[in-house]
Ligand binder design. Structure first.
Ligand code: GLN
Length: 534
């Protein structure tokens, strides 16, 4: 039967609970335990699919096609946890199923209430995950901050689980902020209050992770321990790192996080090996050259919008022994410019990621042209493929009004059209082509080489539009390589330029499966090709 670790946050949001939870998962896996990662999002949306990237950052897509919070991406990158629809719990889903049961008369005339019906449904979902596939530890991260109105039912469910299972089988890890005020003085009061807020709910945290600028000094750990009833060796410093987030598991390990957790939960597993993680980060720290990749997209000003793409580029850079700088450019800044040289003068590779809507499209088309004509390595992802095809049609095939039905529904030359099964779709939530599916790769292509000659690959999708089949032959005649197709050959999945060092685009999202220990093949090859430009 699985044991449970509940990770909660205090003081304020965005402290890095996702990375902390994922790092804990990685450390427990290094000790030979089988881990299941779960994210709770206390909002009323059923999933993250309908949320604006401006508000909520990237939408992460699981293999089974769930549109989830980007923290599942952190879990994917740090752990081997199987991530499905069930590993992402939202208040929208909980209420949807309780209300459906109520409408079906399943509550036998009872008054349906937050406690016990909502809390029971939360517990049912959590227990169901822990009971799957011989899981040793289920790590449940609750979004938001203690004190938020929205997270109260979840904290109540967690309190009940800790009570039902006992502390050896259910542990509370709390992440708080230890700020530095003017003059560099470090303050523990917000942390004391945050733990107090947890205790008022009935949960005594067992482990405390203190987010701070610089490593906490021992006296402060002692003070925090005294005021919070948390053992001294279970109060850990979660200080900022300035190299890569992949160093965080090692930082926690050095302070004994996995040892403390295993002791508290009576888990007897041999000491694990962390050598792979250490090798990886040491190599990155030792890298001398810096690779500069321009990412030309729509929501580039926000840090988390293309989180998985950013990380996949880091994986490629780590694997190829270079440091990475991602230069984010809002594509509409590039529109109506005679020459883009100034924007790209120090750039070694160009990437156009996924996106929706027509703003900034002209700037992306000009970017693809610039990369093609100036022989700069180019990776197009989803929208980035559609842009590559539109650009090729306009500037090589001479179809000046080539467009996508997404931006110009009545366009006479829509080389990108709506997928057949999308024509009658009217609802937005969960209705795109979503999740993992297979692509057959063609012989003698760069993509086949990237995937190490694996002819059939599986990657995740999230789109409504595709390359129009009417234009396929003309594109091929003029030298665009259609390098990958769906197994039934009905849809184009990847294209590439000829007479170009490396220009590859894919309709799927290779970023969702890339991890530091196993970088996405396309990112690895794109980085390799771009390094030649340094
Ligand atoms: N908007 C495009 C489509 O729906 C591309 C989607 C994406 O880039 N994820 O097909």
């Amino acid at each position: 039967m699985s044991k449970y670790i509940f990770v909660t946050g205090g003081v304020c949001s965005s402290l890095g609970k996702g990375i902390a939870s994922a790092s804990l998962g990685a450390l427990l896996e290094c000790r030979g335990l089988k881990v299941c990662m779960v994210k709770i999002d206390p909002y009323l949306n059923v999933d993250a699919g309908t949320m604006s990237p401006y508000q909520h950052g990237e939408v992460f897509v699981t293999d089974d096609g769930a549109e989830t919070d980007l923290d599942l991406g952190n879990y994917q990158r740090f752990t081997y946890s199987n991530l499905t629809q069930d590993n992402s719990i939202t208040t929208g889903q909980i209420y949807q199923s309780v209300i459906a049961k109520e409408r079906a008369g399943k509550y036998l005339g009872k008054c349906v209430q937050v406690v016990p019906h909502i809390t029971d449904e939360i517990k049912r979902r959590i227990y169901m995950l822990g009971e799957k596939e011989d899981i040793d530890i289920t790590i449940v991260e609750t979004g938001g901050t203690v004190g938020d109105i929205e997270s109260i039912p979840y904290l109540e469910a967690i309190r009940q689980i800790i009570h039902e299972r006992g502390r050896k089988k259910a542990l509370s890890v709390h992440l708080t902020l230890v700020p530095e005020v003017t003059g560099g003085e470090v303050k523990t009061k917000p942390t004391q209050h945050s733990v107090k807020a947890m205790r008022e709910i009935g949960i005594q945290p067992d482990v405390l992770l203190c987010r701070c600028k610089h490593e906490l000094d021992m006296d402060l750990n002692k003070k925090i321990s005294l005021f919070t009833n948390i053992d001294y060796d279970a109060v850990l410093s979660a200080h900022d790192v300035n190299t890569t987030i992949y160093e965080i598991p090692a930082i926690y390990h050095e302070q004994g996080l996995d040892r403390v957790v295993c002791q508290k939960m009576d888990i007897k597993k041999t000491r694990g090996s962390f050598s792979e993680w250490n090798k990886l980060t040491n190599r990155y720290k030792a890298a001398e050259k810096t690779l500069r990749i321009a990412m030309v997209g729509k929501y580039t000003l926000l840090g988390d919008t293309y989180k998985s793409v950013d990380e996949a580029l880091v994986h490629g850079a780590m694997n190829n022994g270079v440091k990475l700088e991602i230069v984010k450019i809002e594509s509409d800044q590039l529109e109506d410019k005679d020459d883009l040289t100034d924007f790209f003068k120090d750039i070694h590779g160009i990437l156009i990621p996924g996106g929706f809507g027509d703003r900034g499209i002209r700037g992306m088309v000009d970017t693809a042209r610039y990369a093609r004509e100036n022989k700069i390595p180019y990776l197009g992802i989803c929208l980035g493929l559609q842009i590559m095809v539109i650009e090729y049609c306009r500037n090589v095939l001479g179809i000046k009004d080539a467009d996508s039905a997404e931006f110009n529904p009545q366009g006479p030359n829509n080389v990108i059209t709506l997928l057949e099964d999308q024509v009658d779709v009217t609802e937005y939530g969960g209705t795109m082509r979503l999740g993992g599916s297979f692509t057959h790769l063609e012989e003698n292509t760069k993509i086949l080489q990237a995937y190490n000659k694996e002819k059939i690959i599986k990657e995740r999708h999230r789109h409504r539009y595709e390359v129009a089949n009417d234009y396929k032959e003309r594109l091929q005649e003029k030298g665009l390589v259609l390098s990958g197709f769906t197994p039934d050959a009905a849809l184009v999945e990847s294209v590439e330029w000829t007479n170009h060092p490396w220009g590859v685009s894919v309709q799927f999202h290779p970023e969702f499966t890339s991890t530091p220990l196993k970088p996405g093949p396309l990112f690895n090859e794109f980085v390799k090709a771009s390094i030649k430009k340094i």
